[in-house]
Design a protein. Structure first.
Length: 81
């Protein structure tokens, strides 16, 4: 059975740091940490979401799984990038 992680609008708004969708030119880059999603399990292709802010690994997991990315996920600190 496939487990689906559905986020409420309030949770999604909290994760993306505002009301604008990721990649919108009006959504400023994060200042502390942002989400990185792996495209496929075991694959090396990673996608950075510099406008999708996170404070914990669970924020990154919720966003990536909600966007149907199947690979690894990370809440990457700006200092680490």
């Amino acid at each position: 059975m496939r487990k689906v992680n559905l986020l409420s609008k309030a949770e999604l708004k909290k994760i993306i740091g505002g009301g604008l969708p990721p990649g919108d030119p009006g959504n400023p880059p994060c200042t502390a940490a942002y989400v990185v999603c792996g495209v496929e399990d075991g694959g090396l292709e990673l996608i950075n979401f510099p406008t999708v802010c996170c404070t914990s690994l669970s924020d990154a997991e919720s966003f990536c799984r909600g966007q149907l990315y199947k690979g690894t996920y990370q809440c990457l600190s700006i200092l680490e990038s």
